[in-house]
Design a binder for this molecule. Structure first.
Ligand SMILES: [Zn+2]
Length: 209
């Protein structure tokens, strides 16, 4: 999909329309029923850049600082996101370990890195031969980052362990929750049509020069 050939179905009357470039502060309206089909989010690129930069800062603490420390019968043990994955590998649960590794560490990290690379190039109006590839990858990977599922697992574990052990939340947990929020905001904030519109323009200018 590119900005010039994107098709959009009207949510009111189901008319299928080719969505052309829409300028900032303008709207695309359905010619049949007049409903607003698309309105560019004018600060999408800047917000994506700032969110992805925050995400880049949070990746390491979220993965390698302790999420929880558990104290049981005088013994204290800390767990990080990374140690959770390696623990699954050591237990021989390879398929689960690979799934957790991809959905909670690899894909969220790639999404943040791609969002940063795209937004920094679009913000500075710099063309790059991989812009379209990065955008396509970002659109496909959004469905595969499942930090919220991991978060749900942590909450369930906390509830189950709360009565029998002494639980202490670590710095990694705060970084992880912040990273989760950043990922959700990034997914909601990236205006795919606007991004494609800018990528197409940059590539066209690059070919001319
Ligand atoms: Zn319509």
């Amino acid at each position: 999909m590119t900005a010039t050939n994107a098709l959009i179905a009207c949510p009111e009357c189901d008319t299928l329309l080719a969505l052309k470039d829409v300028e900032i502060r303008h709207q695309a309206l359905c010619p049949c029923c007049g409903v607003v089909l698309y309105q560019p989010r004018n600060k999408s690129i800047m917000h994506t850049l700032s969110l992805s930069m925050t995400g880049l800062i949070l990746i390491l603490p979220a993965n390698f600082l302790p999420l929880l420390s558990i104290k049981l019968l005088g013994n204290s043990q800390e767990g990080t996101l990374w140690s959770g994955v390696t623990g699954l590998f050591q237990e021989g649960l390879w398929s689960v370990a690979v799934l957790v590794l991809l959905s909670s560490i690899v894909f969220p990290t790639i999404i943040i890195v791609l969002s940063f690379l795209l937004s920094v190039h679009l913000y500075r109006h710099r063309a790059h031969r991989h812009l379209a590839l990065w955008m396509r990858c970002l659109q496909h990977l959004e469905e595969w980052a499942m930090l919220e599922v991991y978060m749900l697992g942590i909450i369930v574990a906390c509830v189950k362990l709360a009565d029998t052990t002494e639980l202490k939340f670590g710095l990694g947990l705060y970084a992880f929750v912040s990273l989760l929020v950043i990922n959700v905001l990034l997914t909601q904030n990236v205006d795919n049509h606007l991004f494609w519109q800018h990528i197409t323009k940059l590539q066209a200018n690059d070919l001319k020069s």
